[in-house]
Design a protein around this ligand. Structure first.
Ligand SMILES: Cc1ncc(COP(=O)(O)O)c(C=O)c1O
Length: 393
């Protein structure tokens, strides 16, 4: 018997919600009457302990400057990593950032000079390329290999790219958005070995690590790379897991004392963005301490949503293929067999079907012919979306 009702459709309009109220930001072709399955947040209500923690905090009626630097807060994060991943994290090595992306970019600026190179693995989360380039660093893609069914790392190519003396950072997405890979120990070992051999910093974005599909297990990069821990930085957050993205709180795990000091200097001393909102702190603690069973049920619901998409495509649009996700709530769907141009595919989705997805080419040229569907929504919305695509095709 399920305890939580993920089928409940909640109207998110008129809440300043980017996904629903600002739909036209999805693409130049998007219209406000399109069904939005784009931005990576969820259309599910937060778990009750989170809402209660916020109610209680609101009742206090004073919302001044706040810090997360308490034993209770750090214990809640460390205990989560121990329980979920059997990873020991020292609370002193966890640093606040208002987001994973601001932390990654700040670290890129700390760890590289202008015109140095950051290695990414496209198709990948768009800001990895965009924001790094906006900060005058080069990006090179160790593109993932796709065999028509799933994705693998091209290790020979990574070896070559890592040898470039300008390459300083490997920016790793684990689990991988959008292809949904959950990396295996052997794969992590090889990535770490290549970084070690070439003295690269390894920034591991593990924001999707709690959203794991049935039969898979997320392994923290730090767990495999404990003898390289001084050069591995892990970016995590409760935001994707518990639908708290608007709270703007991320936990950055840094073991290297020099980099810890540099990050604090950049965020606190230079930008003065070193402290979270009171709502971010209480909601994150409630999430980590009291919402594990909610997350377990959420993962089951998303598994079922993925199965729904897979079956629907097989029955109604057999030329479209879901790349079976091992993690995340994002469905990466291959429409290449239809032989459409990017413009034709976009026109069908945005104009004819009126569904708003992130188009694959936004994740790098490797994503051409794919769309990314955010499946973290009630099944009724997903069904409406699939019906619209079927009818349009
Ligand atoms: C891989 C990845 N990293 C980071 C983010 C965004 O993190 P934040 O909002 O904490 O900057 C996302 C959001 O979709 C993501 O998929």
């Amino acid at each position: 018997m399920s305890k939580y009702n993920f089928d409940k459709a909640v109207n998110r309009e008129n809440t300043n919600c980017i996904k629903w109220d600002f739909r036209t930001r999805c693409s130049q072709k998007a219209t406000q009457d399109g069904l939005p399955l784009w931005v990576a947040d969820m259309d599910f209500e937060c778990a009750e302990p989170i809402v209660n923690s916020l109610r209680k905090r609101i009742e206090h009626k004073i919302f001044g400057y706040t810090s997360e630097d308490t034993k209770e807060y750090k214990d809640s994060v460390c205990s989560w990593y121990k329980r979920r991943f059997n990873l020991e994290v020292d609370g002193n090595n966890i640093f606040f950032s208002p987001g994973v992306v601001p932390a990654i970019i700040t670290l890129v600026k700390i760890l590289t000079e202008e015109n140095d190179t950051v290695i990414i693995q496209q198709p990948v989360y768009t800001p990895f390329e965009l924001k790094v380039k906006n900060n005058n660093r080069n990006v090179v893609s160790n593109s993932l290999k796709y065999d028509g069914v799933s994705y693998e790392i091209d290790f020979d190519d990574l070896e070559e790219k890592a040898k470039n003396p300008k390459a300083k950072i490997m920016l790793f997405c684990s689990p991988h958005n959008p292809v949904g890979r959950v990396w295996k120990t052997e794969e992590l070992k090889k990535v770490i070995d290549i970084c070690k051999k070439n003295n690269l910093w390894l920034i591991s974005d593990e924001i999707h690590s709690d959203l794991i599909r049935k039969g898979n297990q997320h392994i923290p990069t730090l767990k495999v790379g404990c003898d390289y821990k001084d050069k591995i930085i892990t970016c995590t957050a409760p935001s994707k897991t518990f639908n708290l993205a608007g709270m703007h709180l991320a936990n950055i795990i840094i073991n290297n004392e020099e980099i810890q000091k540099k990050l604090l200097f950049e965020l606190k001393d230079k930008l003065d963005i070193g402290s979270p909102s009171p709502f971010a702190v209480v909601s994150a603690m409630a999430a980590y301490n009291e919402c594990e069973d909610w997350l377990n049920e959420l993962n089951q619901y998303i598994d079922d949503n993925m199965e729904f998409i897979d079956k629907y495509l097989k029955e109604n649009l057999p030329k479209a293929k879901l790349v079976k996700p091992q993690g995340t709530y994002l469905a990466w769907v291959d429409f290449n067999e239809y032989g459409l141009s990017e413009i034709e595919l976009e026109d069908i989705m945005f104009k004819k079907a009126k569904v708003l997805f992130n188009q694959g080419y936004n994740f790098g040229k490797e994503g051409k012919g794919f769309v990314r569907i955010n499946a973290a929504c009630p099944r009724s919305i997903l069904k409406e979306c699939m019906d619209r695509i079927k009818n349009a095709f």
